[in-house]
Design a protein around this ligand. Structure first.
Ligand SMILES: Cc1cc2nc3c(=O)[nH]c(=O)nc-3n(C[C@H](O)[C@H](O)[C@H](O)COP(=O)(O)OP(=O)(O)OC[C@H]3O[C@@H](n4cnc5c(N)ncnc54)[C@H](O)[C@@H]3O)c2cc1C
Length: 367
């Protein structure tokens, strides 16, 4: 006999937890099903921990529409819930004249997206802000920040639990079926169970497509292909030479090897970009020379031997090599025809920044 519940959220990453929080706080009964034995062990703890301003995203895309309100809501949330964060600010720099049109493009896109606080800076002004950075021009984004993503997830989970939600760890969803009386989920793990749910939110990150495919009755044409793009981070040994995050103008469909400073003032460089064919977080140390080369374009003072291998993260992509990066795909009944089912695909950056706004967007689809 299946146990009946109102909502199941599959995946306890930052997005799944934000959605579970929102649903629980609106009075719904919520169970969060997480395959691992802890929450947030995949993409939500393997990212840059940057609160993005919302500059780059294509006009009208979900990324553009959710990142700006998401960022504002996140700062307020962090202040109210004592989640560690900092308005550190970011400088985006053109390393040579050929990159100046890229800067202008960002500034124009930012205006369209509602980010009106960028301050254009000449070489001398940038030299005062970031003496170690070599560039010809740039801008400052004062509303870019950094955050403790684990602390944020803990706060979301706390809110959800306070409103009656429960987190089931080591509970992988293995299969399911759309039935007239609800969505049936078969959950593995030691406490294996069958759950009959009014609502299912599939927020399984890198596995979201596989989970959707395992639920009989979800039309195959509404499930995008799966691609994985790994990013490596190197850390810098010694004291930080930077006061802000530093991003070079992007040269491909990613943001380049940029500088992030964490809340402990440690500097990390990355992520880079490479296609892989399965979820494998192993660090490929052969990338070191490419990092030195890319970083020295804007930080010529980088000393030999200063880079230390850090960690990797994997982007949950829905488009592959040679194709442009895609928007978030958040599919409800209008797309796949199944009431009370929401599938989230391609939740890469800026998913952390946008998490509260994503939850607001998903809640009405989850009825
Ligand atoms: C390299 C990199 C850098 C990034 N930097 C930033 C940044 O600086 N700022 C920003 O805003 N965003 C950033 N992002 C994006 C952000 O990290 C993600 O959008 C966000 O973490 C996605 O959260 P999620 O909950 O969707 O996925 P995840 O954190 O991956 O969570 C999915 C969960 O689902 C679980 N799961 C999987 N399969 C099952 C199953 N069958 N049953 C039950 N549970 C299952 C997994 O165990 C996992 O815990 C970055 C992403 C990457 C890859």
């Amino acid at each position: 006999m299946a146990e009946k519940i109102d909502c199941a959220v599959i995946g306890a990453g930052v997005v799944g937890l934000a959605i579970a929080r929102k649903l629980a706080m609106s009075g719904r009964e919520v169970v969060i099903l997480e395959a691992e034995d802890a929450f947030g062990t995949h993409t939500s703890s393997r990212n840059s921990e940057v609160i993005h301003a919302g500059i780059y995203y294509e006009t009208g895309s979900l990324k553009a529409r959710l990142s700006v309100p998401g960022r504002k809501a996140l700062y307020t949330y962090c202040e109210q819930h004592q989640v560690d964060h900092k308005h550190i600010g970011k400088v985006v720099v053109a390393c040579d004249e050929t990159e100046l049109p890229g800067l202008k493009k960002y500034k124009d896109q930012a205006e369209i997206n509602g980010v009106h606080d960028l301050q254009m800076l000449d070489q001398a002004e940038l030299a005062r802000l970031e003496p170690e950075v070599k560039c010809v021009a740039g801008f400052l984004s004062p509303s870019t920040g950094i955050i403790d993503s684990h602390g944020l997830m803990l706060a979301y989970l706390g809110d959800a639990e306070e409103h009656g939600a429960s987190l089931a760890l080591s509970s992988p969803v293995q299969s399911g079926a759309v039935r007239d009386d609800g969505k049936l989920l078969e959950v593995g793990g030691s406490a294996g169970m069958s759950l009959l749910c009014n609502t299912v939110v599939n927020s399984a990150g890198l596995n979201a497509q596989a989970v959707a495919r395992s639920i009989a009755g979800v039309p195959a044409h509404t499930i995008p292909p799966t691609y994985y793009a790994i990013g490596h981070y190197y850390t810098l040994s010694g004291k930080t030479p930077f006061a802000h995050l530093v991003y070079p103008v992007a040269r491909q469909d990613w943001l380049g090897v940029h500088v992030t400073v964490d809340l402990g003032s440690r500097v990390k460089f990355g992520p880079d970009f490479g296609w892989i064919d399965r979820i494998d977080y192993r660090f490929d140390e052969s990338r070191e020379q490419a990092f030195y080369k890319a970083i020295r374009r804007y930080y010529p003072g980088l000393k030999d031997g200063a880079l230390v291998p850090g960690y990797t993260g994997i982007r949950p992509r829905i488009t592959g090599p040679g194709e442009p990066a895609q928007d978030f795909l958040i599919y409800g009944k209008e797309t796949h025809g199944v009431a009370g089912l929401v599938n989230l695909f391609g939740m890469e950056s800026p998913g952390l920044t946008s998490s509260l706004a994503i939850a607001d967007y998903v809640a009405p689809l989850a009825t």
